[in-house]
Design a protein around this ligand. Structure first.
Ligand code: ZN
Ligand code: ZN
Length: 295
């Protein structure tokens, strides 16, 4: 059954409804983060630059996988409002806010591998890998409309309007403390790797890999992508049980991001982790919960 909040969304080709300002801003950001690290390599880097990378890269990977994807898009666990805000702030460091990401990603699950998908490989490599980062083909109100559970928080709405603030604050901090190469290696290189990990997931995990579940989309479990994305590559499992806090199902489907969530739960920071039932026939509701958010 079509969710009435999404029923008005229409798209006939990849890309389109984003404004020129949005497209130019996203393009400049992508070009910048790709162009800056090679310049730093030519100038010469210092050990402190790589120390910053060793801290910022895993932070951004967790902020994206645990924060944006499993928490904000799928409500795979519960947490307090302060922790939610910290996760939202960290997530914005990659210049995407929780409301936009959750809205876009829920449209992906709802329309996976159809002509309304936000990043289907069927629309071509370029659109899936890069184009959807610039213009996924949906207007602002479509993305926001798919995340009604998040727009009720004023602080998340503020971050939605001002999603550049956390990233620019980090830029300033890195420039002031370590100059250009700290910014280039610590921030830009980290973001580039996280962006390509996400695009690899969106592309390969809907093309190559094995299918444990007969889902209506083309999702696949891809062990190589799972390895480089810390467990996100068990994507067919994820499409079957989108709200589950753990993407791996078999014991050998290692899921380091789930280990991070478990560690946070052990510290009392998060709770009520959603567990996928062992009985495959039971939890169809977990699929339909998705587009409606957690309300
Ligand atoms: Zn998918
Ligand atoms: Zn998902």
């Amino acid at each position: 059954m079509t969710d009435p909040r999404l029923a008005h969304t229409r798209r006939t080709r990849p890309g389109g409804p984003r404004t020129w300002f949005d497209r130019v801003r996203a393009t400049v950001f992508l070009v910048l983060v790709h162009a800056v690290p090679p310049v730093a390599f030519m100038l010469g880097t210092r050990p402190t630059d790589w120390l910053a990378f060793a801290i910022i890269y895993p932070t951004l990977a967790v902020a994206t996988g645990v924060g944006l994807h499993r928490y904000f898009a799928h409500a795979a666990f519960a947490t307090s409002r302060p922790v939610q805000f910290v996760m939202a702030w960290m997530a914005c460091l990659t210049f995407v806010d929780p409301i936009s990401f959750a809205g876009k990603h829920r449209l992906h699950h709802r329309f996976s591998d159809t002509d309304r998908d936000v990043h289907s490989p069927a629309a071509g490599f370029w659109f899936c890998w890069f184009g959807s980062l610039i213009d996924e083909g949906y207007a602002e109100e479509d993305l926001v409309g798919a995340a009604p559970d998040l727009t009720r928080f004023p602080e998340l709405r503020w971050l939605h309007r001002n999603f550049v603030v956390p990233g620019v604050s980090l830029w300033a901090l890195l420039f002031l403390t370590g100059g250009f190469t700290l910014f280039a290696v610590g921030y830009c290189l980290s973001v580039v790797i996280v962006l390509h990990q996400t695009s690899a997931l969106n592309y390969f995990c809907h093309r190559w890999g094995y299918r444990r579940y007969d889902t209506p989309d083309g999702s696949r479990n891809n062990p190589l992508v799972a390895f480089v994305t810390f467990g996100e590559g068990w994507h067919n499992n994820h499409h079957r049980f989108p709200r589950a806090a753990r993407a791996g199902v078999a014991w050998w489907e290692l899921d380091p991001l789930h280990a991070v969530i478990r560690a946070c739960a052990a510290c009392g920071l998060v709770w009520d982790l959603v567990v996928a039932p062992r009985d495959d026939s039971a939890p169809r509701r977990l699929l339909s919960d998705l587009a409606a958010g957690r309300d």
